[in-house]
Design a protein around this ligand. Structure first.
Ligand code: UD1
Ligand code: CA
Length: 454
């Protein structure tokens, strides 16, 4: 059955104390809202609607970056969660199927949980995701009789008896989209907050003779972010889980607490990640790779048997083939490094292709940027780039070619040739000794003069 996601992201997030809208604060390397989008991917949604309000321009731009098929709709005034969901109605005109409501600030809802929610729609017209709260605090309470959810009461509106209930509302709900909007048409705002509550859809459904039920998930999945402290806690929870998963998958880490992953980091079996390594989004590391200490990787692919670091930086578009060696203080950006090539020391390789088994000497730089445009550097197979070579792109160094140390290469070096581009050396016989002697004499004369004047 077709499914649509409605992701609520109009709230202000006052407690973040930030100019950045709450749902754009990064968790595991990507904006919070991307986590909600990823949770919903479990049901391969036919449509996704994000309801924006506070910071709408920024949120809409970020959502378009994540997935340009997502529709954003605006909730001009934040009149409550039920009102927010209703804003999606026009965008879902003509859609038939289920709608699942998620919050943009709740990043950990599992894909299995969403699947369970969808499956429970076979029994109930409306399904609400609940959790047993260790401290139910101010969550909405789920009032259940037998297999029926009779209503959701907000903490502010609840009686003492209802407040004693520990089964709480996560905010996630599933129902047929048409049915849900019809139910929400029946909402009022005569409650303690004066808001149109999405949660009231349950009592309205029951009054109309529809069935409502619950599915539960671990409380950890329902963690919502309201403050920087909660964001930091969520990051710690994510990192702990991701480290444990990596180790279960056969990855060695000597100090896992110092390794930071992104939401989508993949590391293969028998890879070793040393201390203080940071992964940004979009990294795939194959099996048997060694990532040495203090390296930073993002948007890159490291193939089997490669070694990276210590102190290396792999930026987006770095593509390392098998057995490549990237050493200390080396930066690679948008460059393909073929099998067995080595870039071991103090180099920048950007917008380039380095051929198989080529050796890049210390201090090599691809001068890829002219201040306006970026240019490509092509280095052939089994080539040898001398230390401190500047490769002024666009330029090509051929297969089995070399460059002389210290060269500034501005024109192509043919296959098998050596390009040398530096001033020729001249030795002046005896000049160093004469220079030393005259400098030392000057120093002695200066010392003698100081002694006289003191
Ligand atoms: C809501 C639920 C409560 C549940 C809790 C779980 C209601 C009435 N209450 O309460 O039962 O236990 O979540 O965290 O639904 N939003 C909008 N527009 C609005 C209002 C809210 O987009 O007009 C968005 C917010 O940005 C947020 C989400 O909806 O992402 C939840 O809103 P929030 O105000 O945090 O709801 P709670 O009071 O926490
Ligand atoms: Ca909340």
């Amino acid at each position: 059955m077709a499914t649509a996601l409605i992701i609520l992201a109009a709230g202000q997030g006052t407690r973040m104390n930030s100019d950045l809208p709450k749902v754009l604060h990064p968790l595991a390397g990507v904006p919070l809202i991307q986590h909600a989008i990823d949770s919903g991917a479990a049901v391969s949604p036919e449509r996704t609607i994000v309801v924006t309000g506070h910071g709408a321009d920024q949120v809409e731009a970020a959502v378009a970056q994540i997935d340009d098929t997502i529709t954003c709709v605006r909730q001009e005034e934040q009149l409550g969660t039920g009102h927010a969901v209703l804003q999606a109605r026009a965008a879902l005109d003509g859609f038939t199927g289920d709608a699942i409501v998620l919050y943009g600030d709740t990043p950990f809802i599992g894909q299995d949980t969403i699947e369970a929610l969808t499956a429970a729609r076979a029994q109930h017209d409306v399904v609400v995701l609940g959790f047993e709260a260790a401290d139910p605090a101010r969550y909405g309470r789920l009032v259940v009789e037998g297999d029926q959810l009779t209503q959701i009461v907000e903490y502010k509106d609840a009686t003492e008896d209802q407040r004693a209930i520990t089964l709480c509302n996560s905010g996630v709900m599933a129902a047929d989209a048409g049915v849900l909007f019809d139910l929400l048409d029946g909402l009022g705002n005569d409650n303690a907050s004066g808001e149109y509550y999405l949660t009231d859809a349950v009592a309205i459904a029951r009054a109309r003779g529809l069935s409502a039920g619950t599915v539960t998930c671990p409380e950890a999945e329902t963690l919502g972010i309201n403050s920087r402290a909660e964001l930091a806690r969520a990051e710690a929870v994510f990192q702990a889980a991701k480290r444990a998963e990596a180790m279960d998958n056969g990855v060695t880490m000597y100090a896992p607490d110092t390794v930071f992953f992104a939401h989508d980091t993949y590391v293969g079996r028998d890879s070793v990640i040393e201390q203080n390594v940071i992964f940004g989004p979009g990294v795939t590391v194959e099996s048997g790779v060694k990532i040495r200490a203090f390296s930073h990787l993002e948007g890159c692919h490291v193939s089997r048997g490669a070694t990276v670091g210590p102190f290396a930086r792999l930026r987006p578009g770095a593509e390392l083939a098998e057995e490549v060696h990237i050493g200390n203080f080396v930066e690679i950006k948008n460059a393909v490094i073929d099998e067995g090539a080595k870039v071991n020391h103090l180099s920048y390789i950007g917008d380039a292709h380095v051929g198989q088994a080529t050796n890049i000497g210390a201090g090599t730089i691809t001068c890829n940027y002219d201040g306006v445009f970026k240019h490509h550097t092509e280095i052939g197979a089994r080539a040898f780039i001398g230390s401190n070579t500047m490769l002024v792109a666009p330029v090509r160094v051929g297969d089995e070619a070399m460059t002389g140390s210290g060269s500034v290469i501005t024109t192509d070096v043919p296959d098998g040739a050596i390009g040398i581009a530096r001033a020729r050396q001249a030795n002046k016989d005896g000049l160093a000794r004469r220079l030393f002697a005259s400098l030392r004499a000057a120093k002695a004369a200066k010392a003698a003069k100081n002694k006289e004047t003191n």
